[in-house]
Design a protein around this ligand. Structure first.
Ligand code: SF4
Length: 694
């Protein structure tokens, strides 16, 4: 007799929501998950968890899951359930037809940051070895691609510098464009603990987040900048440090390129970058910037944590480089308590980038033009890899509208909801002849699909996720895939249908191939992960037990690179028609576009997205708390309820984007980061007016 609540079997696995990567023991009774128990030995969470990882797993057995493959010749036709064999053969023959008819570059794929490293590796392998082009991209395009570019330029590698434990040694913490209390709750709790112990906090954010002021926590400085002015504020902070002689000259001479530093110091010292010269357009009082800069430069170990409020801007990459400059000029790199720490959004966005999901990079961030790197994969796979970068997601959509891009394989990603300019995404998808969506549910993108391949959850597969601190954590299968196959098996079967001789019998064999081909993963294998719990890359002959902190003795690129960060105002301007600026964020109980969390009991905590409006702006428009309002921009309009609050400044409005009815990306613009095309989600000129409801 089994007592109520008593598990029959269990396995330690990794949460599939945010980039903290918490470990849980998944307790099962037969094929039913009865409990997720935070795992005390989990090195990212040490027994802690949040309401998403702990409770929001019901989507895995939700009735909306699609368990059988489906095909339709035209997107106006009804779906027809078919066998796996028919679905994969149809997909393979369609992709081959398209390439024969329109050329090798007419098809591509999008990897998922929700899937495992092994699945992502196989997706890019299918595209590079099977499709014969580099048309592979990932959802990092719309979130942390500027992190990859900016940190790669400054330090030589596209990842955060620290482990989460590091925050326990911080004396001053800058949080810019992030709300870890809601977005990365378990790390947020560790940060709050350190703040309660006396560390000082500087928040740079248009909105008064919980970190600015909550019980027992009060930020020393809240730089409530106008959306879109991150670069100006970061450069003004650097101006104060350099012109007041607060730089760490020993560190700079020892670790950085001195002539580049001198050039950069001359640039930031210009009067036009001073807090006084910039306060008009940043909205941050000069005195506040001066005091914050002095605190960061002289307050001991200084750490910087940032999120999508940095990257999702037309100057996202520039802001990342400005953050790197600030860390280097104050000597805050290469030891516990310091560093540059991107708070990655999705569970495996770090891993999807590591695994070669970008059209210009092979696994391990090696450019496709690197002959030696290509040679490794060509010998292993027996193919020739193109030395030309492929298309990014927005370029694929543009090419589809123009008529040259015809087929797309999308794994675990809802680009119609998550990518900018919804109308353009829809037009691009509608113009293609074969769109294949692999997902748990019929998502919005599936409205434009010709083939639907059922996806599997993290509970149904083995593999690894890599969290925001580069920690490679094991994912362990606790239930049989409800659709018959784990995602890596579906990709393998499609590859076979296209004529490739893949014979993986377990994801551990894929990891072995990753280790052979990718130097930063050379020491990673399943027996080692099972033995030590998890490991942070690079893990190889130079770092046999992994690398909790990077750039300890020297930067990966050699000398740290100071880069001029010229502020360029976004083209998205307010004016009489659209006088307010909209910015967006997340809430604790929900996750991204809500595809999973809305299908769990967590939805009761956040049944709808609301628009935060300052009392002054609300009064001017006759809007009261909980009223329906119409939110309009140059791109489109939507309707949602208002919350009147001083969390936002006058002139700024804010919403979350967890419910499809909010249609946040109908409102946002098509401006994007100059280096990576990451969309500028965080700055949209809008108007609001009373409404009777949707
Ligand atoms: Fe999952 Fe992130 Fe919550 Fe941890 S903090 S339980 S990884 S959602």
């Amino acid at each position: 007799v089994i007592a109520i609540g008593q598990p029959e079997h269990s396995a330690v696995t990794t949460c599939a929501y945010c980039g903290v990567g918490c470990s849980f023991k998944a307790e099962m009774r037969g094929e039913e998950l009865i409990r997720m128990v935070p795992w005390k030995e989990g090195q990212a969470n040490r027994g802690h968890s949040c309401v998403k990882g702990r409770f929001a797993y019901g989507y895995s057995t939700h009735k909306d899951r699609i368990l059988n493959p489906m095909i339709r010749e035209k997107i106006t036709d009804p779906w027809r359930e078919v066998s796996w064999e028919e679905a994969l053969n149809y997909t393979a023959s369609e992709f081959r037809r398209l390439q024969y008819q329109y050329g090798r570059a007419s098809v591509g794929g999008i990897t998922s940051s929700r899937c495992t490293n092994e699945e992502t590796f196989l997706m890019q392998k299918l595209i590079r070895a099977g499709f014969g082009n580099n048309n592979v991209d990932t959802c990092a395009r719309v979130c942390h691609s500027p992190t990859g570019y900016g940190l790669g330029q400054a330090f030589g590698t596209s990842a955060g510098t620290q482990n989460f434990d590091s925050v326990e040694h911080s004396d001053v913490v800058v949080v810019i464009g992030a709300n870890p209390t809601d977005g990365h709750p378990v790390f947020g709790s560790r940060l709050k603990k350190r703040l309660r112990q006396g560390a000082q906090l500087i928040v740079i954010d248009p909105r008064r987040t919980d970190l600015v002021k909550s019980p027992h926590i009060k930020a020393a400085h809240h730089l409530a900048l106008k959306p879109g002015t991150n670069v100006a504020v970061m450069t003004a902070l650097a101006h104060v440090i350099v012109t007041e002689g607060l730089q760490d000259e020993g560190f700079i001479r020892d670790r950085c390129d001195w002539s580049e530093f001198e050039d950069w110091a001359e640039f930031v010292s210009e009067e036009r970058h001073s807090p006084e010269a910039t306060e008009d357009y940043t909205g941050v009082p000069a005195d506040e910037i001066r005091r914050a800069a002095r605190l960061f430069a002289t307050g001991g170990n200084g750490a910087i944590y940032y999120g999508l409020g940095v990257t999702e801007h037309s100057q996202g990459s520039t802001t990342v480089m400005a953050i790197a400059n600030l860390a280097m000029v104050t000597g805050n790199i290469g030891r516990p308590g310091v560093g540059v720490n991107p708070l990655r959004g999705q569970n495996n966005v770090q891993g999807s980038c590591d695994m070669g999901s970008f059209p210009h990079e092979l696994p391990g961030y090696r450019h496709v033009s690197d002959e030696a790197a290509r040679d490794v994969f060509e010998k292993m796979w027996g193919v020739t890899i193109s030395s030309e970068p492929g298309l990014r997601i927005p370029n694929m959509l543009d090419a589809a509208v123009e008529g040259s891009f015809k087929g797309l394989y999308i794994q675990g990603e809802d680009i119609l909801q998550s990518d900018p300019d919804t109308k353009h995404v829809a037009a691009g998808l509608a113009a293609m002849e074969c769109v294949v969506v692999q997902d748990l549910f019929l998502n919005e993108t599936a409205n434009y699909a010709h083939v639907f391949l059922p996806g599997s959850t993290f509970l149904e597969k083995d593999g690894t996720f890599t969290n925001a601190e580069r920690r490679i954590n094991r994912v362990r299968k606790v239930m049989t895939p409800k659709n018959g196959y784990a995602d890596w098996e579906v990709t393998q079967n499609l590859a076979r249908a296209m004529g490739l001789d893949w014979e993986y019998t377990h994801p551990s064999e894929i990891m072995d191939e990753i280790a052979i081909t990718t130097p930063s993963f050379a020491g990673v294998n399943y027996p080692y992960l099972d033995q030590v719990g998890s490991v942070q890359w690079p893990c190889n002959e130079h770092f046999p037990v992994g690398s909790p902190i990077m750039h300890v003795d020297g930067f990966v690129r050699g000398k740290g690179k100071f880069i001029r960060t010229e502020y360029v105002a976004t083209d998205e301007r307010t004016g009489p028609r659209f006088p307010l600026l909209l910015t967006t964020g997340r809430i604790l109980s929900q996750y991204n576009v809500g595809a999973q969390t809305r299908r769990t009991d967590n939805v009761v905590w956040h049944p709808e997205d609301k628009l935060e409006i300052h009392p002054h702006d609300a009064e001017q428009r006759g809007i009261h708390d909980n009223d329906w309002v119409k939110l309009s921009s140059r791109s489109g309009d939507t309707t949602l309820r208002a919350t009147i609050t001083t969390r936002v400044s006058p002139g700024v409005v804010y919403t979350t984007f967890h419910h499809p009815t909010t249609q946040a990306n109908v409102i946002t613009t098509d401006y994007s980061d100059w280096a990576t095309n990451c969309p500028e989600y965080k700055v949209t000129a809008v108007q609001i007016s009373p409404s009777n409801g949707p």
